[in-house]
Write a protein that binds this ligand. Structure first.
Ligand SMILES: [Cu+2]
Length: 686
């Protein structure tokens, strides 16, 4: 049975010994040494722009796609260095479309998109490929080797195991999407590739896969086939930038790091602007190059490499705390998992430190922070390494996660937490041709901490730089509307909330003295204001009534900021600060699906839940999400459990007027968000 399979005996630190069945650790060749980021030439590769996903079938009522994830090599580093083996999405019928990041799905408001997501992490003979990165089998994770009984639970081990090398579970979530539960990409609805060498006893799919598959079949009449799931995205929300990525339980940090993500741009409808108002256009299916396009997506991620071009992610907890070897059964510390990870190289649209030629005109940038743990603080500066950076041209932020802001906001420095998107116009019209500018990052190389604390910005020579911009003469007139004159589509604020839930952010320390954090947990807050940490599989405590509007208060009991993400909804930020009464800054007055929850503060959001069923909310710091900092929630017809209900009057939000907003300038917010720990290597979990 399951746990017997867990009786894998690992060798000493160097490598584990493979036992039957196949799929467990092997002693492989020693990995190549790390690639020093200072040895990577900067700004020699043009910024690529993801092309539009080739459409398979356009039915009368929906666009249809078959999108697979596959393994391939891509020149992520400059050509003077080796290519990198990555995973990426592409159209299954168009082998040339596979990229990291994947092609962009272009969707129209009001027209559903149906995607069959195929897990094709297989070799040419149809055998499963192991994960590119070290999977810690001791976490509470998908755990296919556990079989039907042990899946979606922690593996049981008598000795420290090596990394899991079996077939890789995958399930795709459309981040920010307003979609039915069976189409949401639930963490336990994963599935393995349809491989011919599945080790006996392995679960082929997660514990929720069949339930959601049946629901989809009831809804659309289409059955899910092995190694795949078909879902429908309603596109009944405001035009904005969403993104798709893996969400398998306990594995997202590694699978996303390996490359499979992509943008999903929803356009049109009453909440979009007419064509031509904003700089455009985006690239089409031919795509690939930014030339001639004035709407440019910027998917910003941090990655580390080895000298042979491979992606590098820590293979041992010892790299985090320098305490090798004391894991199972001596301590409760997982042998591989890291409480956070800050890679040493910046990658934009799948290339390290690229360069973008911009004409003397306005550009629309669709920014996504796709880093595992990193908060970004971005600005466009004339000098790449001078700190503090002095913005040379501002961002005009026009949109956030859920669509356009009420009004454009001029931002010298732009904070961007993990998973968040920003829609911004940058005007290069007054910059002389030949000028070289730099997109720089002053977020920390560590967890973002308490506002007011000392902050050390990211290394100005490596992770403090993102992209070089070279200004050239305009090739034609710019007919887009200047950003300060934009009249953005309005939206109706939510009505009064019927309930307040008090929720907690917590960290769990090892019972072994000095061993540091072993998990991060969400939870509730009891009537005395104490945190009640809860794990992923504890009974559901958040049960909003269908069509109900609620305020959720996040009480952060940890010393660090966490990007908290709710599925299904776009929410309003109601307040921040010690009591949650400080009004949001102008840049946070739009719709959000992910919010930075600062340490020692109460962050209050308001959301309306209008889709029934099971969804998830979690920390979007991926190392936390993968190790218990995620909770299910149920939207129920009649409303539910009292747990988590702090019983505080629901309103108080609408009274938070303009007073103090000026003082809470956007730059101030950015600075506050990003007071970080000094030493990334030894920063405890938040
Ligand atoms: Cu977190």
């Amino acid at each position: 049975m399951v746990s017997r399979r867990g009786l894998l005996i690992a060798g000493a630190a160097g490598g584990a010994v493979a036992l039957t069945p196949a799929g467990w650790a092997v002693a492989g060749p020693r990995p190549a040494p790390p690639l020093d980021p200072r040895d990577i030439p900067k700004y020699v590769t043009p910024l690529p722009v993801p092309r539009a996903m080739p459409r398979d079938l356009g039915g009368p009522d929906a666009d249809e796609y078959a999108v697979a994830v596959r393994q391939f090599r891509q020149q992520v580093l400059p050509r003077s260095l080796p290519p990198t083996t990555v995973w990426g999405f592409g159209s299954a019928a168009h082998p040339g479309s596979f990229r990291y990041p994947g092609p962009t799905i272009e969707a129209r408001a009001g027209r559903p998109v149906r995607v069959t997501w195929l897990n094709q992490l297989l070799d040419r003979r149809g055998r499963h490929l192991p994960h590119l990165l070290p999977v810690d089998p001791t976490l509470h994770w998908a755990n296919p080797a556990g079989g039907d009984e042990g899946r979606d639970h922690a593996g049981h081990f008598r000795r420290t195991p090596g990394p899991y090398l079996g077939p890789v579970p995958l399930v795709v979530h459309l981040h920010g999407g307003h979609n039915r539960q069976e189409s949401d990409g639930h963490p336990e609805a994963w599935y393995l590739p349809n491989c011919r060498d599945l080790p006996s006893g392995y679960a082929r799919y997660g514990s929720s896969y069949r339930e959601f598959g049946d629901r989809y079949a009831d809804y659309r009449g289409t059955r899910w086939s092995p190694g795949a799931a078909t879902v429908e995205y309603a596109n009944d929300q405001r035009a904005t930038a969403l993104w798709y990525h893996d969400h398998a339980l306990g594995l997202t940090r590694l699978t996303m790091y390996a490359g499979p993500i992509g943008l999903y741009l929803l356009r049109g409808g009453a909440a979009d602007l007419p064509p031509g108002v904003l700089p455009g256009a985006a690239t089409g299916p031919a795509g690939g190059s930014a030339r001639g396009h004035h709407e440019i997506p910027l998917v910003i991620q941090d990655r580390s490499f080895t000298a042979d071009g491979s992606l590098r992610y820590p293979a041992s907890r010892a790299e985090f705390d320098g305490r090798p070897g004391r894991y199972v059964p001596e301590t409760d510390v997982s042998p591989i998992w890291h409480p956070a990870f800050f890679a040493d190289t910046i990658v934009v649209n799948g290339r390290t430190w690229p360069v973008l030629e911009v004409e003397r005109r306005r550009y629309r940038f669709r920014l996504l922070n796709g880093c595992n743990s990193r908060f970004l603080l971005l600005s466009v500066a004339a000098h790449p390494t001078a700190r503090p950076a002095r913005p040379a041209v501002p961002f005009w932020q026009i949109g956030s996660d859920g669509g356009f802001l009420p009004a454009p906001v001029r931002m010298g420095k732009l904070p961007l937490g993990g998973g968040s998107r920003v829609d911004a116009v940058v005007d290069f019209s007054d910059v002389p041709a030949g000028t070289e500018l730099y997109l720089v990052n002053e977020g920390p190389d560590g967890l973002a901490g308490r506002p007011g604390a000392d902050v050390e910005p990211a290394d100005p020579h490596t992770t403090g730089q993102v992209l070089k911009l070279v200004v050239t003469e305009a090739t034609g007139p710019d007919r887009s509307v200047p950003p300060d004159q934009l009249d953005l589509p309005s939206s109706r604020p939510l009505g009064p909330a019927e309930r307040v839930r008090r929720l907690s952010l917590n960290e769990t320390m090892s019972t072994s003295p000095g061993a540091g954090p072993v998990a991060a947990l969400l939870g509730t807050v009891d009537r005395d204001g104490r945190a009640v940490p809860l794990r992923w599989n504890a009974p559901v405590t958040e049960t909003p009534r269908l069509h109900g509007t609620e305020v959720w208060e996040f009480h952060n009991f940890t010393p660090f900021a966490h990007p908290i993400h709710l599925h299904q909804v776009q929410f309003e930020l109601v307040g921040r600060g010690p009591t949650g009464q400080q009004p949001p800054s102008p840049a946070e007055r739009g719709w959000l699906d992910t919010v930075a929850v600062l340490p020692g503060e109460v962050t209050r959001i308001k959301a309306r839940f209008d889709l029934p069923g099971r969804f998830a909310w979690h920390c979007h710091l991926l190392e936390h999400e993968d190790n218990e900092m995620m909770r299910p929630y149920d939207v129920v017809p009649s409303g539910g459990a009292q747990t988590g209900d702090g019983g505080i009057s629901a309103e108080g939000s609408s009274g938070l007027g303009l007073a103090g907003v000026a003082a809470l300038g956007a730059a101030a917010l950015g600075a506050g968000m990003l007071h970080g720990a000094r030493d990334p290597g030894s920063t405890p979990v938040g």
